[in-house]
Design a protein around this ligand. Structure first.
Ligand code: PEP
Ligand code: MG
Length: 554
C-alpha cells in the first residue's frame, strides 16, 4: 500500500480505480491570412457559437449543481464579452495578419499570465477559466466538439488540473472522486466538487505522477489522504468510516432548503462565518442564510503589504455577487492580540489583548481604515452589505466611525462613484462595556453581533490564548448568557437586531437558551450550519419561561 497526502477540499470517502483524465487539448498552428476582415468575422461567428454552448452548459450545470455554481458559466460568458479580450484578438489578427485560432491562444495566454501574477488565490485561479474559454473558442473555430471521456465502473479521476467545464461534465454515476496534482481550495474544480458532493483532493504535487491507470485507490476528501492499492485492514477501516459519513451527511443534506424553525414555530437565521472568498462555496453548499462574519483581517494577515483599495474592492464585490442578494456582514480590520499582521509595524505591548487592537488600531491608522471603508462602500452596490466594527467600548467611537463613513461617502459622491444607501452598520458586542451601554449603542446602529470569544475572555478575566485557563474560560458561564440577554433586550427595545458570531453560536447545548432569549441570528462555520438547523428543528420552546428564569434578569 502507498499513501499520498494532498489538500482535502471536498469531504467524503471514495473507493475506485484510477483513471487519468485525458484533456481534449486543441493544438493551434500559426498561419498567415490574406483577408483579415473575413478572419475577424470568422472569429465573431465562433464567439457566437461559444456563447450558445455556454448557455447550454449553464442550463446543464443549473440542473446538476444549482444556480450559484452554474454562475461560473455566466462568468465565462462575461469574460467572452470582455472588450479588452475581444479587441486584443482582433488587433492580433489585423496587425500580424494571422489566423483567429492563434490570436485567441495568444490573447488567452496573456490574460492567464496576468491573472496568475495577482497576489490573491481566488484571482489566480481565474487563469484556468481563461484557458477553458480559449479552448472552447478554438474548438468552435475549428468546428470541433469536446469529446467527453467515457468511464466504465467506479473511477477516481486523476489529472494535473481540471477546468470547470471538465469538472461539471463528469458523470456522477461513475466518478467517485477527483484528485489533482495542482489546484487549491479556491479553484472552481474544488468549488464544484464540493457542490456536486464528490470527494476531492488537490495539490498532490510531484509524487502524484507515480500513480497509474487501473491502480486501486481509496480517497479521503476530508483528510486529504490517498491509499493506493490498500491492504485489507485499511479497506475495512475506510469502509466503516464511509458508511458512518454517508449516513450522517445524507441526513443533514436533506435539511437544505428547510427553514430554521422550531417545532412550535420559533424562527432564527443561521449565517456563516468565513475567513476568505474560498469559504463562500462551503457556506452556500451548506445553505447559509447569509454571511454573518467575514473576517477581513485575513486579507491583511496573508500578505507582506497592506491590501490596496482596489484589491479589497474586488474581493468584497465578488463575495457580494456570489451571495446573490443574501446579507453579507464584513467586519473591518481586527488585528492586534493574537492576530499579527506582517504588513504593519506594531510596537510590542505588555498586554496585547488589552492593547491597540480592533477599532483602536483603525483609529490609530486612519488612512488604513479609510482605504477599507472606501473599498467596502464601492462594493456595496453589488449586494446586501452590512459593515461591523470590532472591540467597541464607548459611544464616542461610534461617532468617530460615523464621521469617517460620512467623509468616505462624500468623497465617493464627488468622484461620481456609486454606493448603496442601504448598508447596515453594526458593532460587535465583545466587551463588557459594550454590553452595559448596549441600549445607547442600539440607537446608533442597525445591528449587534456578539463576539463571544472575546466577550468570554474579557468578562471572565481569562486569556483565550492560554490553554492552562480552560477551566476559567467557560463560554457557558451564566454571566455570558446574562450579558447576551441584556444586549438582546436593549437591541430589540431600540430597533436593532442581534446575532452571535463567536464559537458559542454553534454550541448545540445553548441553542435553546439563545432562542429563549430572542437572538435573531447565529453565525457559525459552514460545516456547522446544518447541524444547527437540525437542532433548531428538533426543539420546541415550551421551556422558554423556565430558561429565562434560570438565566435571570439583571
Ligand atoms: C469573537 O471575539 O467572538 C469573534 C467572533 O471575533 P474573533 O474570534 O475573530 O476575535
Ligand atoms: Mg473578537
Amino acid at each position: 500500500m502507498k499513501m499520498l497526502y494532498g489538500k482535502g477540499v471536498s469531504s467524503g470517502i471514495a473507493f475506485g480505480r484510477i483513471v487519468f483524465f485525458r484533456h481534449d487539448e486543441v493544438s493551434v498552428t500559426r498561419t498567415r491570412v490574406d483577408d483579415t476582415d473575413a478572419e475577424v468575422v470568422r472569429y465573431l461567428e465562433a464567439k457566437k457559437k461559444a456563447m450558445s454552448q455556454l448557455d447550454e452548459l449553464y442550463e446543464h450545470a443549473l440542473k446538476q449543481v444549482g444556480e450559484e455554481d452554474a454562475l461560473i458559466f455566466s462568468m465565462h460568458r462575461m469574460m467572452l464579452e470582455d472588450p479588452d479580450f475581444n479587441s486584443s484578438v482582433e488587433r492580433i489578427i489585423r496587425r500580424q495578419g494571422i489566423n483567429a485560432e492563434y490570436a485567441v491562444a495568444l490573447t488567452s495566454r496573456n490574460f492567464a499570465e496576468m491573472f496568475s501574477l495577482i497576489e490573491d488565490d481566488y484571482m489566480r485561479e481565474r487563469a484556468a477559466d481563461v484557458k477553458d474559454i480559449s479552448n472552447r473558442l478554438v474548438r468552435c473555430l475549428m468546428n470541433k466538439t469536446a469529446k467527453a471521456q467515457e468511464h466504465k465502473g467506479k473511477c477516481v479521476i486523476c489529472a494535473d488540473d481540471l477546468s470547470p467545464s471538465e469538472t461539471v461534465q463528469m458523470d456522477r454515476k461513475t466518478v467517485r472522486a477527483i484528485c489533482t496534482a495542482r489546484g487549491s481550495a479556491t479553484s472552481h474544480t474544488a468549488i464544484l466538487a464540493r457542490t456536486m458532493n464528490i470527494p476531492a483532493v488537490v495539490g498532490l504535487g510531484e509524487e502524484f505522477y507515480s500513480l497509474c491507470d487501473g491502480d486501486e485507490i481509496i480517497v479521503d476528501g476530508g483528510t486529504g489522504a490517498l491509499y493506493v492499492n490498500p491492504d485489507e485492514q485499511t479497506k475495512l477501516e475506510m469502509l466503516r468510516k464511509q458508511t458512518e459519513e454517508i449516513y450522517r451527511s445524507e441526513r443533514l443534506y436533506s435539511l437544505r432548503g428547510h427553514d430554521n424553525v422550531t417545532r412550535d414555530g420559533c424562527r432564527i437565521d443561521i449565517y456563516a462565518n468565513v475567513g476568505g472568498i474560498e469559504d463562500i462555496g462551503a457556506a452556500l453548499a451548506n445553505d447559509c442564510g447569509g454571511i454573518g462574519l467575514f473576517r477581513s483581517e485575513f486579507l491583511y494577515l496573508e500578505s507582506s503589504e497592506a491590501p490596496s483599495e482596489e484589491l479589497q474592492f474586488q474581493v468584497y464585490k465578488q463575495i457580494l455577487e456570489r451571495m446573490c442578494g443574501k446579507r453579507v456582514i464584513i467586519r473591518t480590520l481586527d488585528i492586534g492580540a493574537d492576530k499579527v499582521a506582517r504588513c504593519f509595524t506594531i510596537p510590542r505591548e505588555e498586554n496585547p489583548a488589552l492593547g491597540v487592537r480592533g477599532i483602536r488600531f483603525c483609529f490609530a491608522r486612519p488612512e488604513v481604515f479609510k482605504t477599507q471603508l472606501r473599498a467596502l462602500f464601492r462594493a456595496s452596490v453589488y449586494g446586501r452589505l452590512g459593515i461591523m466594527f470590532p472591540m467597541i467600548i464607548a459611544m464616542d467611537e461610534i461617532y468617530e466611525i460615523k464621521d469617517m463613513i460620512e467623509q468616505v461617502k462624500s468623497e465617493l459622491r464627488s468622484e461620481n462613484i456609486p454606493y448603496s444607501i442601504d448598508v447596515q452598520i453594526g458593532v460587535m458586542i465583545e466587551t463588557p462595556a459594550a454590553v452595559m451601554i448596549s441600549d445607547m449603542l442600539a440607537r446608533q446602529v442597525d445591528f449587534f453581533s456578539v463576539g463571544s470569544n472575546d466577550l468570554t475572555q474579557y468578562a471572565l478575566a481569562a486569556d483565550r490564548q492560554n490553554p492552562g485557563l480552560e477551566r476559567y474560560c467557560n463560554p457557558r458561564h451564566l454571566a455570558l448568557l446574562r450579558m447576551i440577554r441584556i444586549a438582546t433586550e436593549n437591541a430589540h427595545a431600540n430597533g436593532a437586531w442581534i446575532g452571535i458570531c463567536g464559537e458559542i453560536a454553534s454550541d448545540l447545548e445553548l441553542t435553546e437558551a439563545f432562542l429563549a432569549i430572542g437572538v435573531d441570528e447565529l453565525s457559525v462555520t459552514p460545516s456547522a450550519i446544518l447541524h444547527l438547523r437540525d437542532k433548531v428543528m428538533s426543539l420546541d420552546m415550551s421551556r422558554r419561561a423556565l430558561l429565562l428564569e434560570a438565566i435571570g434578569r439583571v
